[in-house]
Design a binder for this molecule. Sequence first.
Ligand SMILES: [Zn+2]
Ligand SMILES: [Zn+2]
Length: 349
Amino acid sequence: MQNLPASMRAAVYRGDQVVTVDALPTPSPGPGEVLVEVSHCGICGTDLHLVIEGMGQPDSVGGHEYAGRIAALGADCDGWSVGDRVAVDPNTPNCGQCEYCRVGRAALCTHRSGIGASVGTGAFAEYTLADVRQLLGVPEDVSLRDAAIMEPLAVALHGITQSRIAPGQRALVLGAGPIGSMVLAALRARGIEDISVSEPSPIRRELALRLGARRAVPPDELAPAKSIFDVADDAADAVFECSGKREAAEQGLAMLRRAGTLVILGTGITRPRFDSMRILLNELTVTGSYNYDPDGLAEALALLRDRAVPIEQLVESVDVPLESLGETMRSLAAGEIGAKVLVVPRPPD
Ligand SMILES: [Zn+2]
Ligand SMILES: [Zn+2]
């Protein structure tokens, strides 16, 4: 570790929506850990919950959607070298043995980390530690900047798996923020062409149209089924709730065709109320979507390598330094920024 600085810059959450950039000791990797020099780290909806809604622990460093280069190796990191280009699964490793892992439902592993636990975070900093089992090598023809969206793209792919949608069917995406726009792009990559989007922010509606939505409307222009015996005129086979808003989830249930599936991807604080009679009479499925398919992160890297999703639309063209993190989070929470924002922790050389 001889060439590493003793301290590094990190964006630290101080409470009350305040983020400061401070010098912290550069962490040193223990057995089975590597130190990653962070190239780019995306700002996630979870980061907004932690900072803007104040759910985070004061004095913590967020950021879990990242890629970079290995800067140092702890013991027992065979097969990896300093300088390797990596993207990281920010979760604790799945056990591979429990009843869920054995049937391919790794997202439900009984040993998974607690929700909101600070596992794998800390990439709003020049360096962060990662578990060597959670590394994915970034293919040569994928930039580290592009690889930083591997994680949210894998989240979108899992949502699509949960929906069981097939080409020829119709999708409705509620909320075209960072998750909704990834879902939209991933649906197109998976051959789904008839996609509607409901989104209050005009710039996000424009983004949705650029990403290939057939139509993008404000939420009050959707026409949900009026009674539990009706099906909406523009009803969808699968509805993807990506806004975290109670009203959207409730509206989404009434936008389903018979036998349709509502997939919950947005994390919300206010709980929706679902009409059980609508579910019963129409044989609807309501399901959550948590983390990724067992091979989801590798599949996301493959989509990035194949340019199967329009990365330049999904990611804002201007990256931000650590100093702008707090301000950028406020703009994201207000819907003033359409696409994913990447943070570059290291000043250009
Ligand atoms: Zn995330
Ligand atoms: Zn397991």
